[in-house]
Design a protein around this ligand. Structure first.
Ligand code: NDP
Length: 447
């Protein structure tokens, strides 16, 4: 239920942004949490902070023409939504996936504002991407696409303006090509303009691992708060990309057993626990599908095509693929299978109906804004190292990540307590992230 004032703001968002259903969903989730804040802080409503937050500061849409390996012209659409810079330069990744349109970029950018606020680091919110599909494309095609994409994007970004990074379909290879073209066009070695760079040219230790590791640390904190741990627990992770692989790695180090992971072709069930080295070889090196993993792993591992990984019973679920992958029905199945905790590695992977099922059942539910904030937090640490021309060790960087995740966890719980919703990490994350951004906006005047 929405507070009356918030309900009219939401109606206005629907009217002004027709058809952008993922953006509507992300706005509604935040508005549902912040009703009680308005009672305590009438100044937010008086200065129309919420209406301002829902309107991006700037939205850029551009043509990306490129030549494929057959010499044929291809045309994609590029996006960058610079949502909010009250706390720092716009910060958020680039997604390359055929499903990308303005509504997806705006949902991700909107979420990013609060997530970045929650980290306590000086970063604003933004997001971008393209409907380009890197799957099945050669390295040369991906390079030509990235160069064309950056040939327009470069004029909008900069280490003090807007700092992109990776997301679905954008990993180390793409970030390298994007940074290379930025450097070439601007004639500046401006390392802090993009994060997720390779270690050979200004990248930071632990950035590649940060979202997955951070999510595992967050879940560990939630379990600890309930007097338990990962030890011996059966875990399912969806996806098998960057976030999934490093969630699996850290969960195993913390004592959990990851028995299944997935991609868009189906899932693999491996009761002995996923063999991480084999998974990295298949997914990161060969860019192959999960059936290849199952075939090489041999006995005990089964590839189940075109099925939903959430049918596999588990105590801890870490959705790390894409938005709205856990429906209300999936959530009900998971609860009846003995689910204890959920850590959202992906952005908005659980539908509103699914979240309600988890909260009603008393499952420890860590929303993406909090649980996957380790990625962007470590990106901010990469910017810090670039600015001081320094580089930290793996151990120190991982320790900083762990401290940040523990701090985010504690603040979510404290804020939820303060507003009379004990244990509700969704409310805690939304309210804490919102307050930080709103207070900065109030101080900066009507901008
Ligand atoms: P990757 O591209 O590395 O991996 C994505 C994985 O999810 C792949 O296994 C992919 O399978 C699967 N997937 C993607 N879209 C779909 C779909 N529509 N249906 C089924 N499976 C799908 O991306 P990341 O690991 O970087 O990102 C995963 C999630 O984590 C996203 O929600 C992203 O926004 C979020 N995130 C990422 C951060 C980061 O640092 N990278 C930071 C914070 C959040 P397939 O290969 O078959 O398409």
């Amino acid at each position: 239920m929405l507070h009356e004032k918030l309900s009219s703001i939401y109606d206005n968002v629907l009217r002004r942004n027709p058809g952008e259903i993922e953006f509507h969903q992300a706005v509604r989730e935040v508005l549902e949490s912040i009703g009680p804040v308005l009672g305590k802080h009438p100044e937010y409503a008086e200065s129309k902070i919420i209406e301002r937050i829902c309107e991006p500061e700037r939205q850029i849409i551009f043509r990306v023409p490129w030549l494929d390996d057959r010499g044929e012209v291809q045309i994609n659409r590029g996006f960058r939504v610079e949502f909010n810079s009250a706390l720092g330069p716009y910060k958020g990744g680039l997604r390359f996936h055929p499903s990308v349109y303005l509504g997806i970029v705006k949902f991700l950018g909107f979420e990013q504002i609060f997530k970045n606020g929650l980290t306590g680091l000086p970063i604003g919110g933004g997001k971008g991407g393209s409907d380009f599909d890197p799957k099945g494309r050669s390295d040369r095609e991906v390079m030509r696409f990235c160069q064309s994409f950056m040939t327009e994007l470069f004029r909008h970004i900069g280490e003090y303006t807007d700092v992109p990074a990776g997301d679905i379909g954008v990993g180390g290879r793409e970030v390298g090509y994007l940074f290379g073209q930025y450097k070439r066009i601007t004639n500046r070695y401006e390392s802090g303009v993009i994060t997720g760079k390779g270690l050979a040219y200004g990248g930071a230790q632990v950035r590649k691992e940060a979202t997955g590791y951070g999510c595992a640390f967050f879940v560990e904190e939630m379990l600890k708060a309930r007097g338990t741990s990962f030890d011996g627990r059966r875990v399912v992770v969806s996806g098998s990309g960057n976030v999934a692989v490093y969630s699996i790695e850290k969960v195993a180090q913390l004592g959990g057993v990851v028995v299944a992971c997935s991609d868009s072709s189906g899932y693999v069930l491996d009761e002995k626990g996923i063999d991480l080295e084999l998974l990295k070889q298949v997914k990161e090196v060969e860019r192959a599908r999960l059936d290849v993993y199952a075939a090489r792993r041999g006995e005990g591992a089964t590839f189940v095509p075109d099925r939903n990984v959430w049918e596999v019973p588990c105590e801890v679920a870490m959705p790390s693929a894409t938005q709205n992958e856990i429906t209300g029905k999936d959530a009900a199945t998971m609860v009846s299978n003995g689910l204890v905790a959920v850590g959202e590695g992906a952005n908005m992977p659980t539908t509103p109906e699914g979240i309600k099922v988890f909260l009603d059942a008393g499952v420890a539910f860590g929303p993406g804004k909090a649980a996957n904030a380790g990625g962007v937090a470590t990106s901010a640490l990469e910017m810090q190292q670039n600015a001081s021309r320094d580089s930290w060790t793996f151990e120190f960087s991982e320790h900083r990540l762990q401290e940040i995740m523990s701090d985010i966890h504690d603040r979510c719980l404290q804020t939820a307590d303060e507003y009379g919703m004990p244990g509700n990490y969704v409310a805690g994350a939304n309210i804490d992230g919102f307050r930080r951004v709103a207070d900065a906006m109030l101080s900066l005047g009507l901008i």
